[in-house]
Design a protein. Sequence first.
Length: 240
Amino acid sequence: MLLVPPILISLVFVGYVIWRQTADLDETEMRQLRWSSVLKQIGEHAQLTVLSSVLVVLIAVPLGIVLTRGQLSRLSPVVIGVANVGQSAPSVGLLVLLWIWLNDIGFWSGFRVTVLTLTLYGLLPVLRNTIEGLRSVDPTLVEAARGVGMSGPAVLLRIELPLALPVIMAGVRTALVLVVGTATLATFIDGGGLGGMIFSGISNFRFSVMVAGAVLVALLALLIEWLGRVLEVATRPKGV
């Protein structure tokens, strides 16, 4: 599974390049599919995805750890419930409403609002998996570590987090794919990304442009998911 996805992604992208170079396109299609524009949109989409994913991990993992400590663990169902409600809201509605609200401040661009929205949407899988991963650690291992004199932070860093890491990384991979797909909506608030190509194809009745944008988004999602899988394998503790 680590070798097949990049090969398939490469083959499909080569097929896209061949089609782009040989297809009989009209002026509108040529303008939308010129390489400078396509590469710019891919770069914007990647920036949205990477920045949002980093923020998701920086927020969700520490929050998940806190919600498994002592009395604060009682709040975890409430926090998960709030996150579930937030994720069930229509993404385009949340994106536009946040943009209307924050744009009045004069500081929030479409790019920043999109990053905020994607971060909120990506929190739930990582937060939930962090909590479940830490809770799934065998309590006898934790007690044994404390019995040999390890402090609470040492137990967390050397025992609990390494054992919970595979579950946490599975949540990160889910969040990555979710963020890549939702980032296509950034075009509605001038946030950039490949969504502009898709919706331009729809509005101009250019099927080739719409499909080209969808294919590129799918390839980027598969690539990001594969990178997440590689990172999961690389960070997996030996013997787990």
